[in-house]
Ligand binder design. Structure first.
Ligand SMILES: *Cc1c(COP(=O)(O)O)cnc(C)c1O
Length: 448
């Protein structure tokens, strides 16, 4: 029996992003172990990890190559202060990251979760201007529906009202810009046949705030937590040009889309651009241990490189910065990318996933849109696609589909009335078909 079965009084653990009262009806599933794309609960029931355990798992649970790397490291050096000290896993990781990352990114700063990588990038961006004698450059532009983590600084650049609004008095709000909204394009264009006319809003915002701006932060190609909203690469090319012309930073938050999720190693590649900051986390350790990093340029690094008494060092630290176990897991993950030629090998599986989802959901009477960006396949559901009428919010349609899919053995997680697939890269064709079947059956069962 789970401690949750006896209700509110017995609930000791407060879970993230969860209305705990829901656990009266659906106690948390007591998971026992993971194996490949599955995890298995204490009763022996298997679930397909359809969303890679919140988008972090790339090569399956209990991946033997990652386990071996972490185990060896555990016996050698589990953790050590990262100031004044370095170690082999961090050095190898830095070398691998910079070798595979976008051109111009030459320096790595480690943190231990995505939100803190975003915090570090924002602080670094502003402080680099301050060090260059421009302290007034302290504002950031972000896109509506953008999501960059939930610590107070990161919430300042979150457009998703769901996460930021309840805490509005606690943080400094940055400047929101209308972003690409391809499903309701104000210019009446289609996603793959436009000239990103919507960039006009960004252009205007940069012009209006130029002197106060340090940079612009975006999630390249897919605004994930904001509803798997996808937009064309041309937007990023325009953003690169505009930020360079204005002398401000382009901060690419690839925490969710990095490491192959959109089909290329990094999403920015599809636009042929390199940002001034690249924030990475989630898949970096293959989903094994918490780790994040910010990659940046010589120009930014140099703005901090001074005599100590000049007070220009970058003051930002976390106790577990550069944790050797996490770095070892990340090195093993990046070695898998190289040794297995993962990006190329993924192509056929991505195609199969996209096809499997389309074959089942296309034309279904409650489908507003099916959209793909590499491994990320989202199905947006609504009451009436013709009239773009959403379901009654109180029905919690997406939530009930998620629960029904879980009952049937696939761990989905809805974003409102959007369901999406973002499985580990080691999923087979048969498993993809099974996942798509379970999801479609769950949708039909809830919407019958
Ligand atoms: C998940 C995510 C974050 C935050 O990472 P955490 O490790 O959850 O703090 C930031 N940005 C994007 C785009 C994300 O998807």
């Amino acid at each position: 029996m789970s401690v949750y079965d006896s209700g509110r009084e017995a609930m000791r653990i407060w879970h993230p992003c969860t209305q705990m009262k829901d656990h009266e009806m659906y106690p948390p599933v007591f998971m026992d172990r993971g194996q490949g794309i599955y995890f298995v609960d204490r009763e022996g029931k298997r679930y397909i990890d359809a969303i890679s355990s919140w988008w972090v798992n790339l090569f399956g649970h209990a991946n033997p190559r990652i386990i071996q790397a972490v185990t060896e490291q555990l016996h050698r050096l589990e953790h050590v202060i990262f100031a004044g000290i370095t170690h082999a896993p961090a050095e190898e990781l830095a070398e691998r990251l910079l070798a595979m990352a976008l051109p111009g990114l030459t320096r790595v700063f480690f943190a231990d979760n995505g939100s803190c990588a975003v915090e570090a990038a924002l602080k670094m961006s502003h402080a680099s201007f301050r060090n260059l004698g421009r302290p007034e450059k302290c504002r950031f532009l972000y896109l509506k529906n953008g999501y960059h983590g939930e610590t107070a600084g990161a919430l300042g650049v979150c457009g998703d009202g769901l996460y930021a609004a309840p805490f509005a008095p606690l943080f400094v709000p940055q400047i929101e810009v209308a972003g690409p909204d391809c499903l309701a394009c104000p210019y009446g264009k289609a996603r793959d046949a436009c000239d990103t006319e919507c960039f006009a809003a960004m252009e205007a915002a940069i012009a209006a705030h130029k002197d106060a701006l340090a940079g612009v932060i975006v999630e390249p190609l897919v605004q994930c937590a904001g509803g798997m909203r996808m937009y064309p690469p041309a937007y990023l090319a325009k953003l690169r040009r505009a930020t360079a012309e204005a002398g401000i930073h382009f901060i690419a938050d690839e925490i969710a889309v990095g490491f192959g999720r959109t089909g290329t190693l990094f999403a920015c590649e599809q636009a042929g651009v390199s940002p001034d900051f690249l924030c990475l986390s989630k898949g970096i350790t293959g989903g094994t241990l918490p780790l994040s990093c910010v990659l940046t340029t010589d120009a930014v690094f140099d703005a901090f490189y001074h005599d100590c008494l000049d007070d220009k060092a970058f003051l930002h630290s976390h106790s577990y910065t550069g944790n050797p176990l996490a770095c070892a897991a990340a090195c093993a993950t990046l070695r898998i990318f190289e040794e297995d030629d993962v990006i190329n090998a993924n192509r056929v599986r991505i195609e199969h996933l996209q096809r499997a989802v389309r074959e089942r959901f296309a034309g279904y009477r409650h489908v507003l849109e099916i959209r793909n960006a590499g491994w990320i396949t989202a199905v947006e559901l609504c009451a009436d696609p013709e009239r773009k009428l959403p379901f009654d919010e109180r029905a919690r349609t997406g939530f009930h589909i998620y629960r029904e899919a879980v009952r049937r053995g696939a761990w989905l997680r809805n974003l409102g009335d959007i369901i999406y697939f973002m499985p580990p890269y080691v999923i087979t064709f048969e498993e993809i078909d099974k996942l798509a079947d379970i999801a479609f059956d769950a949708v039909k069962a809830v919407l019958k």
